[in-house]
Design a protein around this ligand. Structure first.
Ligand code: PMP
Length: 305
């Protein structure tokens, strides 16, 4: 990781190397932390943060589910993100707000812990690599089951969830795949470890509903809106494992991965190896996040120098 200049911590911009916390920070031990992943991208009018307000709304909803009281308003944190991008001075970056139970008390009960908030940003290319754009990725259905709302709220972007995601990711990589696909406890397709999934069959686009145990992705929501513009038929419904194998096209969606074609699942080629509808969506998505689609400029928060 390449160091940038500043990180925002509890209201102050500190130097990158000084952004440190105590080893007995509660959230580090018990996973009581919620976070976001946001992208700032270059546009013809300079750097712009994509759907900042929507990400911040999800951040506060995640905190609410864990009864974390954040001592800043969404507006203050949005402004801090913008200011951070400005201070770090690079046109494209990934922005990571995190709220966590801080140092002070140990034990499983986080109720008496102060909630600290930090925002970092760094340079991050395509999470699934360059090939994910051109050729598409190879995925495998994981032996690990996606957490469900009887264990942890899947719709909260909580650090603890990523212990489950990490197991699935490691297993897939060890088996020589690029990415995992997790099923839920009912055996239906949920999502990837850090991205949602879409299927296209007979020119109809579909994705698992929120009730399948997914994180409601902001890219997922973006794709759904773009598909409607492209007059692609769409519905949300459960997807079975075998429907993955027999799909015409499959793709992942997420802030870090963008829209990434899936060319193979468990050794089976998807469709004929061509992705006409996915590529249409990918192109419109890329143009949208890079400020080239006027009607979606409402999704961009500009960072003036
Ligand atoms: N699912 C999980 C588990 C994720 O971590 C992410 C990334 N935040 C997503 C889906 C996609 O969400 P988004 O499009 O908002 O990045």
């Amino acid at each position: 990781m390449k160091a940038l200049s500043k990180i925002w911590m509890d209201g102050k911009f500190v130097d990158w190397d000084d952004a440190k916390i105590h080893i007995l920070t509660h959230g580090l031990h018990y996973g009581h932390a919620v976070f976001e992943g946001i992208r700032c991208l270059s546009t013809p009018e300079g750097p712009a943060i994509f759907r900042l307000e929507d990400h911040m709304e999800r951040f506060f909803n995640s905190a609410k589910m864990y009864m974390m009281k954040i001592d800043y308003s969404a507006k203050e944190l949005n402004n801090a993100c913008v200011e951070l991008v400005r201070k770090n001075g690079i046109p494209e970056s990934y922005i990571r707000p995190i709220a966590y139970s801080a140092y002070g008390e140990m034990g499983v009960n986080p109720s008496n812990c102060k909630i600290s908030v930090a925002i970092a940003s760094w340079e991050w290319g395509r999470y699934l690599g360059k090939d994910s754009v051109e050729k598409g990725v190879r995925a495998t259905v994981s032996s690990w089951v996606r957490i469900d709302s009887r264990a942890l709220p899947p719709q909260a972007k909580c650090s603890a969830n990523y212990a489950n995601a990490g197991l699935a990711k490691m297993e897939a990589m060890k088996m020589g795949y690029d990415e995992a696909i997790l099923l839920n406890s009912h055996g239906a397709v949920a999502e990837g470890p850090g991205e949602n999934i879409f299927k296209i069959k007979d020119e109809v686009l579909s994705t698992p509903p929120a009730s399948s145990g997914i994180l409601r992705g902001i890219t997922r929501d973006t794709v759904i809106q773009l598909a409607s513009d492209l007059k692609i038929n769409f519905y949300r419904n459960d997807i079975t494992r075998e429907e993955l194998y027999t799909a015409d096209e499959l793709f992942f969606s997420g802030t870090a991965v963008g829209v990434a074609k899936i060319r193979e699942v468990d050794g089976r080629q998807i469709g004929n190896g061509v992705f006409p509808l996915t590529e249409k969506i990918m192109k419109l998505y890329e143009d949208t996040i890079h400020g080239k689609v006027k009607r979606y400029s409402k999704w961009l928060t500009r960072v003036k120098p």
